[in-house]
Design a protein around this ligand. Structure first.
Ligand code: IMP
Length: 424
């Protein structure tokens, strides 16, 4: 791996970025989050313990690594403090190791109320958000009425900016009995949390520039996936941030040359949570078997994930739009018990075969996948650590992916633990 690596999800999130970041963090000095918020849930298994991190970069589990949360993240201060406390209780020291940008926008209780109320309003046409207030917080940021981390340390400014919210959000604040709209209470809670957060504040852009000069190695940890990117994903069934490489540049205040290598994380099949098109989705017993064998239930919401075969059309799109250099293929072992394995190689749209993702959502909702079928290997691969020991049929499957995408594989995961990994 080269020096500064960015790890992004290449499907609809939940690709297993947590494990990949955790592995690569060993060789990095600094690990950084640049977008999204507590909608993410990065699961890491280490030393027989399971950690689910929503905001704090997974690198925190490696003693001595420095972790940053950049300005592009929408930060729920309560969630951050809870996560810090949970790490402390597990004996993980975070003091002097985690820093947050003063320019990050906050997710406040009324954003969660708004998220819930927006989803209700959408009725049958909901996005299926995580209800963590992510969309409303990004909306405030773009509307320029958001509250930033820096505001926590100027109580008068904070009070004044909070006082504007009921008028701006009258439609949501009309349910006056909901304490999530209680501006005084929110102000007081933020004042209580501010001293805890103050020592964490740092100019992340400046620090990263210094680290580059010092020759330190930086690992950029993406959240969600390319197909959920607000610009490049299956809009409007997306999250509200740029989950792609571009999000790291604006979400941290760095130039493109800071990134040496782009790693796209992908499952050996596909999953999606929430609504929106999913061309290779399986609504049959095979889909159920993928969910059961893969433990496909959301780390943040516990929702069962939608499951389907690998979609190389969507994946090629993710590679192109992000300049992916290497793939990290997760959960190969989940396919061990399938006698037939299919891969989406093209779409059919109104009787015509196409090889690219249509950018009009109504077209994407209508496409039918064109599959290539592989024979399953039907032997356990769980825990394998060497490529040579993989069954030939699994190798054929992997070689086909490489051939179609024109992207090398950097890592294959054969189980949840750190050790169940084939490094290429
Ligand atoms: P939001 O980010 O909570 O607004 O949700 C928008 C869409 O992104 C929904 O379909 C969510 O299920 C999906 N989503 C958000 N975060 C994640 C994630 O970390 N993994 C997978 N899907 C996610």
């Amino acid at each position: 791996m080269s020096k500064n690596v960015i790890v992004i999800g290449s499907q609809w999130g939940d690709e297993g970025k947590g494990k990949v970041v955790d592995l690569l963090a060993e060789r990095a000095d600094v690990v950084v989050r640049f977008q999204g918020g507590a909608n993410a849930g990065h699961t890491i298994m280490t030393g027989g313990r399971k950690f689910v991190l929503h905001l704090i970069p997974s690198g925190i589990l490696h003693p001595g690594k420095i972790c940053y949360i950049g300005n592009g993240v929408v930060l729920d201060p309560k969630c951050l403090i809870d996560e810090l406390d949970a790490l402390y209780n597990e004996g993980i020291e975070t003091v002097g190791r985690l820093f947050i940008s003063p320019a990050a926008n906050l997710v406040l209780p009324y954003h969660k109320l708004m998220d819930q109320s927006d989803e209700k309003r959408r009725e049958g046409d909901g996005i299926g958000t995580t209800l963590r207030g992510i969309g409303p917080a990004y909306r405030d940021k773009v509307e320029r009425c958001g509250i930033r981390v820096a505001d926590l340390f100027s109580p008068e400014r904070l009070r004044a900016r909070l006082a504007l919210q009921p008028a701006i959000k009258a439609q949501y604040f009309s349910c006056e009995n909901d304490e999530r709209c209680d501006i005084n209470k929110i102000f007081n809670n933020l004042m209580d949390m501010a001293p805890r957060l103050k020592p964490l504040v740092a100019d992340i852009s400046l620090r990263l520039a210094e680290h580059k000069k010092e020759g330190k190695s930086i690992l950029f940890e993406g959240a969600q996936g390319v197909m959920l990117d607000v610009d490049l994903g299956t809009y409007p069934f997306t999250t509200s941030s740029n989950t792609s490489v571009g999000g790291a540049l604006t979400g941290l205040g760095i130039g493109p040359k800071m990134i040496d290598e782009v790693v796209g994380v992908v499952k050996a099949y596909t999953t999606r949570v929430g609504a929106g098109p999913f061309p290779t989705e399986l609504s049959d017993t095979v889909g159920m078997a993928l969910r059961e064998n893969g433990g496909e239930f959301g780390a943040t919401t516990g929702r069962p994930r939608r499951t389907g075969w690998l979609d190389l059309v969507a994946l090629r799109y993710a590679c192109r739009t992000n300049g992916i250099d290497k793939l990290a293929i997760n959960k190969l072992d989940v396919l061990d018990k399938f006698d037939k394995i299919k891969v989406g190689v093209a779409y059919e749209l109104d009787g015509v075969q196409i090889s690219d993702v249509p950018l009009d959502i109504s077209d994407l909702c209508r496409v039918k996948p064109v599959y290539k079928e592989f024979e399953g290997w039907m032997v356990p691969t769980t825990g394998l650590t060497s490529y040579d020991r993989l069954p030939e049929k699994a190798k054929e499957y992997l070689k086909f992916i490489v051939e179609i995408l024109g992207v090398k594989i950097g890592l294959i995961s054969t189980g949840p633990g750190r050790e169940a990994t084939i490094m290429m």
